[in-house]
Design a protein around this ligand. Structure first.
Ligand code: F6P
Length: 354
């Protein structure tokens, strides 16, 4: 078993779900934990886990195994000592005579899981990420807990915003997608929500802020995804965008850039808050504890049935298995024409697009 990529709140809860189910199914099951994700499999850093290792961890954030980022695109690149990483992982797997490798990971980790499947390893994977961007599952574990943290941040900003009459921007994680910002933004009552999937127009944002001022509203709150992008930048090629960024003012992140533009255009005082990695921290929320338990137990069923090469997923509140070959490497993005966006717009939230 290994946990790979950025951590999240419900990794331990999920491993517990897998392990407790397996220990109940078999008297002689042995679970090996690889340290720091795929790195542990590459360099044979592991330890045999005991059933007591899985007790008391349902509510514990982080991962008892440790994790690291091992980019998929570098998997075929030998390490600094010339080690073939894929061969090394296969070697460890075979040497330990593993029946199956259980991978808890996000997008890149699922791609590596699929690569190892193609290389002949028995894989069962579980969908982890606060970004909720894994294709093939309605929801990933960690997402709801991160929504809670990001929403708390917006809630806290609300009270101070009301006192000061300023524009506040809360920058929300999510990598290239806007799920976390969308949900936390709606839950936190943000006035403007900016997502990578809906490129924004600065004039629209400025007009929305001015309109709030006209209505006598003392403050405005923007929930901005870390991957938010303007319409003009979205129209550029990757290369052109890189050149543009190099030649202009360098901001710490997109929220600061938007903040500076707002002050420029409206003269309003802007404050930026970046909750950052707190969004992956703390304990899993009850929803995630339940989800992780269900996903973990379902992964154990796949192992029992020797149904390998699958990621356990949520489909309309049912736990199912999706072939890694079909789901890995695909991103699940927010559909700008979806019902949730339409409903958010109906209550007056601006997405900076129209
Ligand atoms: O994928 C989870 C995530 O928290 C993203 O939302 C964020 O962009 C990224 O990881 C941050 O990565 P790191 O922890 O490596 O800085």
């Amino acid at each position: 078993m290994l946990t790979s990529g950025g951590d999240c709140q419900a990794l331990n809860a999920t491993m517990r779900g897998v392990a407790k189910s397996l220990y109940k199914m078999y008297d002689d099951v042995e679970i090996i934990g690889f340290e720091d994700g795929y790195k542990g499999l590459m360099y044979a850093d592991y330890h045999v886990l005991k059933s007591s290792d899985f007790s008391g961890i349902l509510t514990k954030g982080g991962t008892i195994l440790g994790t690291s980022r091992q980019p998929f695109k570098a998997m075929r690149v030998p390490d600094e000592n010339g080690l073939d990483k894929v061969e090394a992982m296969k070697h460890t797997y075979r040497k330990l005579k593993l029946e199956c490798l259980v991978v808890l990971g996000g997008n890149g980790s699922q791609k590596t899981a699929n690569l190892l499947r193609e290389e002949g390893l028995n894989i069962v994977s579980l969908p982890k990420t606060i970004d909720n961007d894994l294709y093939g599952t309605d929801v990933t574990f960690g997402f709801q807990s991160a929504i809670n943290v990001a929403t708390d941040a917006i809630d806290c900003i609300h009270t101070t915003a009301a006192s000061h009459g300023r524009v506040f921007i809360v920058e929300v994680m999510g990598h290239k997608v806007g799920w976390l910002t969308l949900y936390a933004g709606i839950a936190g009552g943000a006035d403007i929500i900016l997502l990578p999937e809906i490129p924004y127009d600065m004039n629209v944002i400025v007009n929305a802020l001015k309109e709030r001022n006209r209505q006598g509203k003392r403050f405005s709150i923007l929930a901005v995804a870390e991957g938010a992008i303007s319409k003009e930048d979205a129209a550029l090629s990757k290369k052109e965008l890189k050149e543009k960024k190099k030649s202009g003012v360098i901001y710490p992140s997109v929220a600061y850039e938007i903040g500076a533009r707002i002050t420029e255009e409206t003269g309003q005082e802007v404050r930026v808050t970046v909750p950052g990695h707190t969004q992956r921290g703390g304990e899993p929320c009850p929803y995630d504890r339940v989800l992780s338990t269900r996903l973990g137990a379902a992964a154990a069923e796949l192992i029992r049935d020797k149904k390998y090469g699958y990621m356990v997923v949520v489909d309309n509140d049912e736990i199912k298995a999706a072939p890694l070959a079909e789901v890995s490497g695909k991103l699940k993005v927010v559909d700008p024409d979806s019902e949730i966006i339409r409903h958010a717009k109906m209550v007056g939230i601006s997405f900076g697009d129209e």
